[in-house]
Design a protein around this ligand. Sequence first.
Ligand code: UDP
Ligand code: MN
Length: 329
Amino acid sequence: MKSVLFSRFFILLPWILIVIIMLDVDTRRPAPPLTPRPYFSPYAVGRGGARLPFRRGGPDIGPRRGWEKRNESRPQPRPRPEPPLPTIYAITPTYSRPVQKAELTRLANTFRQVAQLHWILVEDAAARSELVSRFLARAGLPSTHLHVPTPRRYKRPGLPRATEQRNAGLAWLRQRHQHQRAESGVLFFADDDNTYSLELFQEMRTTRKVSVWPVGLVGGRRYERPLVENGKVVGWYTGWRADRPFAIDMAGFAVSLQVILSNPKAVFKRRGSQPGMQESDFLKQITTVEELEPKASNCTKVLVWHTRTEKVNLANEPKYRLDTVRIEV
Ligand code: UDP
Ligand code: MN
């Protein structure tokens, strides 16, 4: 009896060992990730530090399936070269004030995570300031530094701000692309005090002509948004002058470079433009409501906020320099 058991055991032993070895080898392969890859991964792309990798096929990106090929030796089909990403041109008017560098720092920290973004920073000043020049030199972003002063007569409360600066940005863009019309690009106006999510840039990148989306904390409401029916803008949810043809904030739209170039006369106007009508007057020159492309899930998501920074309290700032060092703030 004992010898029968022994012989069975020795017959089975090699098979048991083989099964154990095979199981062990299989578990040593890299396991697929348990959790989907994060929506925004901080992988560095290109120069200038971490960039947001843009994946084609829209913003609804899940984990990429089948990326882990079991048979590594099989010849892989060569990936078709993808067309270059459209460049996002962000025009930012900015002016000297105690919070300027803080605002620009927040903005640069956002922009640095966006692939293929060109920052057009336009100072409201008679000359480029040292503070902004130094800042841009260290920002690690492709950028252009312009300046134009707002005429004194326009520096009054109730009058539109940054008209000349936005126009200077537009002029630079048109000049730069005078001869090479092929490049695809998207322009948007990025005030220095707003708050921008990274998803916003993914949404606007696919702008064909003019795209629109909701803006948070604006117009005396929690948000404003274009009303969308069957994929088309049919009206505006706004608390202020709903009769505007385009009842939208500066942070609520993007325009393709082609549209900017094919409408060379479209600019922001001082004359004839009532306060708060700048956006609408500009958009009227380049598009129609029917043509607008709704983004952010048919304009149901807030991806940008019209935040405003509180005026800083400098009540205890000495009139004459008391500190032994001069510090840029
Ligand atoms: N701005 C400017 N010069 C000014 C006032 C404002 O260049 O005299 C810029 C400012 O830095 C911002 C944009 O214009 O990028 C809009 O200004 P602000 O944020 O004060 O306007 P609001 O929040 O009321 O739209
Ligand atoms: Mn603002």
